[in-house]
Design a protein around this ligand. Structure first.
Ligand code: SF4
Ligand code: SF4
Length: 170
């Protein structure tokens, strides 16, 4: 997925700080480009939906994929957080790190993804934790994968095509 959940504790902090800031001044996601953001700001953009950690199947169209409900083996399907974020690249070599230099390449990101939304000048959704001030709003809005994600640990790859889904709201 992305360089996103490194410090969930600090993310909680920056969510709260950003929510306070949002009420007093223009928040950073409205005044800075993705490339101008600090690392903490960049990390805080991840809404914790877990969608990019779902297994995807390629289609005939370049850059287009179909999402399945099968989640990366490191995803905690209840919290929708990576269970070993710091070592994810060693444990899951195919895990992709997003940054401001390569986000244009990732048309496969869900349309709800905060990075894609900002890159397309669509702003953050009202359920985004930076806007709502609560990390649970992404779950309450039905955006997180928690209700339907299944760990790949228990699923044979041959069965992935039978588990294709349309992501709610995407
Ligand atoms: S899809 Fe969700 S979990 Fe993945 S980077 Fe985007 S906001 Fe974060
Ligand atoms: S290792 Fe898996 S669960 Fe962790 S961030 Fe990457 S894709 Fe998501």
């Amino acid at each position: 997925m992305t360089d996103k959940e490194a410090d969930q504790g600090s993310n909680e902090s920056i969510v709260n700080d950003a929510a306070d800031t949002a009420h007093s001044a223009q928040p950073f996601w409205q005044t800075k480009t993705l490339a101008q953001m600090s690392r903490d700001e960049w990390e805080s953009l991840c809404d914790g939906c877990g969608r990019c950690c779902l297994q995807k199947l390629k289609t005939d169209h370049e850059h287009l994929v179909r999402y399945t409900r099968v989640a990366c083996r490191l995803l905690d399907v209840s919290s929708c957080r990576c269970s070993n974020y710091r070592q994810r690249n060693a444990l899951v070599p195919e895990c992709i790190t997003l940054d401001a230099d390569n986000i244009d390449q990732f048309a496969w990101l869900p349309k709800t993804c905060a990075y894609r939304r900002l890159n397309e000048n669509r702003g953050l959704a009202d359920w985004h934790p930076l806007v709502s001030g609560s990390t649970s709003s992404v779950h309450e809005a039905g955006i997180s994968v928690a209700p339907y994600a299944m760990s790949e640990t228990y699923i044979h790859p041959d069965d992935f095509p039978t588990l294709v889904i349309d992501l709610p709201g995407d």
